[in-house]
Design a protein around this ligand. Structure first.
Ligand code: ATP
Ligand code: MG
Length: 564
């Protein structure tokens, strides 16, 4: 496997190094904070590589923290999958944490705010709340509950927790400024009532803290120094700082007292062309069964990419390649594909595989003879060794390598023409056998016994070289070849992204043939089918007796050309 490129210097790294040099923080501490409400996708990989990668590079630490404060949407299944994906990418967390572990602390900090006169229980309904909030151009106005006294607020908040009220009847709000130009600061809700079962906390709670309240406190409790998030949280930085400035954390989870508060820094979201990087939209694709599941190899979920044959190194290299900037970006698909091509070009074993087999009978080759050619497993890497490629009277070639009526620039097989079977002999097509419907079912060819090892006895040049598989010991595999899932570059921006699904995004070759050596491979092995592309075993549908292989990526980027 390729080594991961070291992450380039980017603005967050400069800020963090600078903070540490100036002695603001003793060392770097980051966290990756997913909500367990879906599976991770390539966008998350960017955040993972940034948070864990920066900690690795700077001798710091990084936590994996589940931001699990929306009980209705979260589950153990998502949580487990997220843990697996982070580990699969090759990162180790310093601590595994859950915001739900802090529910009691968070409640205590909310009480602190109430006691300081900085939070109040409000009974406006959702519509009134909107009305009172104001707009970008108009200030909001104070809720009548804003002047509720501290004692009554404490009592109501305790009763919210005790389950005395219906959902939606009361919320706890921070008392900040209803005329702030930053709408986030107009007395944001910090707790709401939800009678929902939490996948970890069970039914212990019927009030749940909001993101803006939970996130900054979780960071501070864990001793995080740099809290990296995507650009849409820019306006939330003010509330992040406000909450931390107005509560007192006696001691954090590291046992530190009076530690410096964490600092939020925003970076641009990553979007990949022809794909979706939103958990919500991915959920729709899966639930409406437009794809086979979360690990459908056409998805850019990390589970999908893994099943498709992407290696962790290729994804880390992709993230290093795209970098970290202050702007949202749309990355071309070829950047991702080149990341895995570079990896597999160096590491994949070369084999022969034929997706659409066409039988060739070599009429002048003896019937009960088998010979073999010693071939390299990799053209450049001697250490990958050699293998024996068997050859006998019947072989399969790809239907695409034969044409009945070829144009002049077709150098592969056609009636009366000669072609070389790669690593083997030259053959000439004498006869084309068709069935009643006129479909070609077999070719009868002659071989030149003096044409082994790439040479001919009379020195004649053979232009076309094609791949093949010995019919006697070929293995049947179902191969799946994928194309982009969407026909538009930015499906996420469309009203109806479902209508943009590419109907030809999966092509199945049920009767493909591969050479026998593949049978002895490791399930994790990757292959280059020479002239065809890079393949891996499908981890889900492959079983003994039925092999399924996925094409990870083509050998070259031919897609752009086809579109012209
Ligand atoms: P989604 O909209 O897909 O659910 P999210 O941001 O809500 O994404 P979280 O689980 O909250 O998902 O994300 C965890 C972390 O990953 C956050 O810090 C978030 O900013 C980051 N992240 C999510 N999507 C991207 C992306 N496309 N590019 C970069 N970082 C991302
Ligand atoms: Mg989120």
């Amino acid at each position: 496997m390729n080594k991961t490129k070291s992450s380039p210097k980017h603005f967050i790294r400069s800020i963090a190094s600078n903070d540490i040099e100036r002695g603001v923080y003793e060392g770097l501490y980051t966290r990756f904070p997913p909500e367990p409400n879906g599976y991770l996708h390539l966008g998350h990989a960017k955040s993972i590589c940034l948070n864990f990668g920066l900690a690795e590079d700077m001798g710091g630490r990084c936590n994996l923290r589940f931001d699990d404060t929306n009980p209705e949407k979260e589950s153990i299944e998502y949580m487990e999958s997220i843990k697996n994906s982070v580990a699969w990418l090759g990162f180790e967390w310093a601590h595994l944490r859950y915001a739900s572990d802090y529910f009691e602390d968070l409640y205590g900090f909310a009480v602190q705010l109430i006691e300081k006169g900085l939070a109040y229980v409000d009974d406006l309904d959702a519509e009134q709340m909107r009305e009172y909030r104001g707009t970008l151009t108009e200030p909001g106005k104070n809720s009548p509950s804003r002047s509720r006294d501290i004692k009554e607020n404490l009592d109501l908040f305790a009763r919210m927790r005790a389950g005395e009220f219906e959902e939606g009847s009361y919320v706890l709000r921070a008392k900040i400024d209803m005329s702030s130009p930053n709408i986030v600061m107009r007395d944001p809700i910090i707790y709401r009532i939800r009678y929902a079962h939490h996948y970890r906390a069970g039914d212990a709670w019927c009030i749940y803290p909001m993101y803006d309240f939970t996130h900054c406190i979780s960071d501070a409790l864990e001793g995080v120094t740099h809290s990296l998030c995507t650009l849409e949280f820019q306006d939330n930085r003010e509330i992040y700082d406000w909450i931390l400035a107005n509560i007192t954390i006696e001691e954090n989870l590291l046992g530190d007292k009076g530690r410096t508060m964490p600092r939020q820094i925003e970076f641009g979201r990553m979007n990949l062309e022809y794909s979706l990087a939103s958990k919500r939209k991915l959920v729709q694709l899966v639930n409406e069964e437009h794809v086979s599941g979360w690990d459908d190899p056409r998805l850019t979920s990390l589970e999908g990419l893994k099943r498709r044959g992407y290696t962790p190194a290729s994804i880390r290299n992709f993230c290093a390649e795209i970098g970290v900037t202050k702007k949202d970006s749309v990355i071309e698909m070829t950047v991702l594909e080149n990341a895995i091509r570079n990896d597999l070009e160096a590491s994949a074993k070369r084999v022969f595989g034929v997706l659409q087999p066409l039988k060739v009978v070599i009429t002048n080759y003896p019937e009960d003879t088998t010979e073999s050619f010693t071939v390299k497993n990799h053209p450049k890497d001697e250490e990958m060794g050699t293998r024996e490629l068997s050859f006998s009277r019947e072989v399969y070639i790809d239907r695409e390598d034969f044409m009945m009526d070829p144009p002049t620039d077709f150098f592969r097989l056609s009636p009366g023409k000669e072609v070389r079977l790669r690593y083997g002999y030259a053959i000439t097509c004498d006869d084309v056998i068709t069935d009643d419907a006129g479909e070609i079912i077999e070719l009868h060819c002659r071989y030149d016994p003096l044409s082994a090892k790439g040479k001919t006895a009379d020195g004649r040049k053979i232009k076309g070289i094609i791949h093949w598989v010995n019919a006697a010991d070929a293995i049947n595999v179902e191969t799946r070849v994928y194309d982009r899932l969407f026909t538009a570059a930015n499906p996420g921006a469309a009203d109806d992204f479902i209508a943009l699904i590419n109907p030809n995004s999966l092509q199945t070759y049920a009767d493909a043939k591969v050479e026998a050596s593949v049978l002895h491979a490791d399930p994790e092995d990757r292959f280059q089918f020479e002239r065809v592309g890079y393949f891996c075993f499908d981890s889900k549908d492959s079983a003994s007796g039925k092999l399924v292989m996925n094409r990870t990526v083509s050998l070259r980027d031919t897609w752009a050309k086809q579109q012209r």
